[in-house]
Design a protein around this ligand. Structure first.
Ligand code: SF4
Ligand code: SF4
Length: 397
């Protein structure tokens, strides 16, 4: 069993409650939706311990507890003050154990991974749809810098992704693009426990990138960023991914620091949602705030739960697909955090967060735009019309 590798950590859990919080509502999105002790990190450690001791077996009944985790990392962050247990890696190991034992996992998770295998992306779209966002853009085939949007930015945010590339190019970045050869990064495999597929996929993908002479990847998606930068080296058994990988938060900050663009005022009150996979997973908290501070006129208002304490958007761990109702419940709660700020615009820098928070705004019947920070920067740099900030604006996606 994979969880045997984490035996010491599992036994280190002292059931201290720090991970789940004391009123159950402000930390873990899984317990926020399921209300079971077994839905918390400490509950999961107890389950793992019972499995290791042969007192419990992996079963379909357990699936909702293990696959219902948003992998938001809040418990891991809190556990740094307690036993420093890597709950995320243990959750991934448990999901792999389900698959390795042939136990049924949520059907939508299996379908998502199978769709990547059969079509190369999570939406089963054709390459023509996959590349539609790039219409009207020119890429440099000999550039070693690859712009890699990932599935969500390619398929659900065509206009935003087009704007982002225009922004980067105006700032002087020469970008290449995989075109018809672009596929998913492979994240659906490891969040659904399909590690054998993941290893093969990572090997093939790295070969493809090296054959194209890619020296650097820039991506707006925190999952893709972590896929190449963290998961691939683990899967391939290497210390470091041989290609430099940067999330756009770092690149937008570079544009500000190196004064690559001039900015005009945007007189709006703006809040910002920290995506779990660049925030808690990678400590990227300051670059997005530096970008907001660099745009004149912006009045930045933090939500009460921010940075390490940010509440998940509801999109993590595959829950958006496997447990859409839970996902909606969590995004509704995050929108309540936003409403308390009295801000006029919600920003983030992750396509999955942007999609979930947008759904949350619709659900709450709020006429408020959720934007990527790159869009705000593009407006301020005069690359795109300020109408995209207006509440009644609908992107052509
Ligand atoms: S914070 Fe860590 S040690 Fe404490 S209950 Fe949670 S997982 Fe266990
Ligand atoms: S990763 Fe997030 S959703 Fe999963 S148990 Fe930890 S706090 Fe809860």
């Amino acid at each position: 069993m994979r969880i045997e590798e984490y035996k010491d950590m599992i036994y280190a859990c002292g059931r201290c409650e720090i991970c789940r919080g004391f009123d159950f509502n402000d930390r873990c999105p899984e317990i926020f939706t399921q209300h079971w002790e077994s839905s918390t990190a400490r509950g999961r450690m107890a389950i793992a311990r019972a499995i290791l001791e042969g007192k419990l077996e992996y079963s379909e009944d357990l699936a909702e507890r293990i696959f219902g985790c948003f992998m938001c990392g809040r418990c891991r962050e809190e556990c740094k003050k307690a036993a420093q247990i890597d709950v995320i890696e243990i959750t991934k190991a448990m999901r792999q154990d389900f698959v390795d034992h042939g136990i049924k996992i949520p059907e939508a998770g299996t379908n998502m991974a199978d769709t990547v295998t059969s079509s190369g992306n999570i939406f089963a779209d054709t390459p023509e749809v996959h590349t539609k966002w790039s219409e009207g853009l020119e890429f440099k085939k000999d550039s070693g810098t690859l712009f890699y949007p990932g599935c969500l930015a390619s398929h659900r945010f065509k206009e935003k992704t087009n704007i982002l590339v225009r922004l980067l190019q105006k700032a002087g970045y020469d970008l290449n693009f995989l075109g018809d050869e672009q596929t998913c990064c492979g994240t659906p495999y490891w969040i659904t426990g399909k590690m054998k597929n993941a290893k093969e996929y990572a090997k093939t993908f790295l070969k493809k990138l090296q054959a194209r002479g890619v020296k650097e990847i820039i991506t707006p998606c925190p999952s893709c960023f972590r896929a190449f930068d963290e998961e691939y080296p683990r899967l391939l058994g290497i210390d470091k991914f041989p290609i430099r990988v940067r999330h756009t938060s770092e690149v937008l900050e570079e544009i500000v620091v190196k004064k690559k663009l001039k900015f005009k005022p945007i007189n709006k009150k703006v809040s910002y949602h920290d995506p779990c996979e660049i925030g808690r997973y990678r400590d990227i908290y300051d670059p997005p705030r530096h970008v907001l501070a660099a745009i004149p006129g912006v009045e930045f208002i933090e939500m009460s739960r921010n940075r390490e304490q940010a509440f998940c958007c509801g999109g993590g761990g595959g829950c958006k697909i496997m447990y859409p109702d839970h996902s909606q419940t969590v995004s509704d709660e995050r929108i309540r955090d936003f409403v308390k700020t009295d801000a006029e615009l919600m920003t983030t820098i992750c396509p999955a967060c942007e999609m979930n928070l947008t759904h949350g705004m619709y659900e709450a019947d709020l006429d408020i735009r959720v934007l990527d920070l790159a869009e705000l920067m593009a407006v301020s740099a005069g690359i795109v019309d300020p109408e995209i900030l207006e509440p009644d604006y609908f992107p052509e996606d």
